[in-house]
Design a binder for this molecule. Structure first.
Ligand code: ADP
Ligand code: MG
Ligand code: MG
Length: 256
């Protein structure tokens, strides 16, 4: 049983312009995600959802000014990005960059090595990776391509879920996993996430703007995120309400 606990988290983002002041984006986020639980964070564009995932990932542009993030009581904010991964956190945007010359297969094996603490035996690895790719309906030639080079939006998302199934994290944070997916790809990616949840009893933090992925991935908890904070938490019925009425009720209640 693993618990990711976020308490009163405040985060500033440093704009690329060196003259600009840091911007206060997260304004006291409270959230707890345990093994086996699926949490959906939903909120309007610009409310700070991605800032939350970058802060958990340890992205250097995002400065935690106060509050805590712990994983089973261990201080995540003290950990390097690699240590976070080894502790069992998975952040889908962790490797968004193109890495020409590094094949997907090698990339995934070194990621698995970093997380497991030893290199998987090549023979086992090839089999493991092939099975995971088949399950996600990923063409075997995918393994030979350079990391993210020329990947379509849908391929990047499948790659994220492939990492989930191979790296078996304790808690996975998936930011806009549904964006850019057609209905078939959405179904396959969702099935991959559901299998991870069932097999590994993983905890999932699913960040999304749209309710449509929640037809495939059933959350146990839904949180509404507005203006840098969780403003309401409830069960899956809250997603239905959001689908019907949007965020109006919540945005109008929050003073900017
Ligand atoms: P969401 O994911 O909910 O759409 P974001 O976390 O991406 O929201 O952004 C929240 C706010 O922070 C937005 O107003 C956005 O413009 C601002 N922001 C995020 N990252 C940066 C950045 N690197 N530089 C400047 N502003 C940023
Ligand atoms: Mg579950
Ligand atoms: Mg975002």
């Amino acid at each position: 049983m693993t618990t990711l606990e976020i308490r009163d988290l405040h985060v500033d983002v440093t704009p690329s312009d060196p003259d600009a002041e840091p911007i206060h984006i997260l304004k006291g986020v409270d959230l707890t995600v345990r093994s086996g639980e699926t949490h959906a964070i939903m909120g309007p564009n610009g409310s700070g959802k991605s800032t939350l995932s970058y802060a958990i990932a340890g992205h250097p542009k995002y400065t935690v000014t106060s509050g805590t993030i712990t994983l089973d009581g261990e201080d995540v904010l003290e950990m390097s990005v690699d240590e976070r991964a080894r502790a069992g956190l998975f952040l889908a945007m962790q490797y968004p960059v193109e890495v020409p010359g590094v094949s997907m297969s090698n990339f995934l094996r070194s990621a698995a090595t970093a997380v497991r603490g030893e290199a998987p035996k090549l023979r086992h690895w090839v089999k493991e990776a092939r099975e995971a790719m088949t399950e996600l309906d990923i063409d075997p030639s995918f393994g030979e391509r350079s990391v993210n080079e020329g990947f379509s939006g849908g391929e990047k998302k499948r790659h994220e879920v492939l990492q989930l199934s191979l790296l078996k994290p304790k808690i996975a944070i998936l930011d806009e996993t549904d964006s850019g997916l057609d209905v078939d790809a959405l179904r396959i990616v969702s099935e991959g996430v559901n299998k991870y949840s069932e097999r590994e009893n993983g905890g999932i933090l699913l960040i999304t703007h749209y309710t449509r992925i929640l037809r495939y991935i059933k959350p146990d908890f839904v949180h509404v995120f507005v203006n840098g904070r969780v403003v309401e938490s409830a069960g899956p019925e809250l997603a239905d309400e959001l689908e019907e009425n949007g965020y109006e009720r919540f945005t109008s209640a929050v003073a900017k």
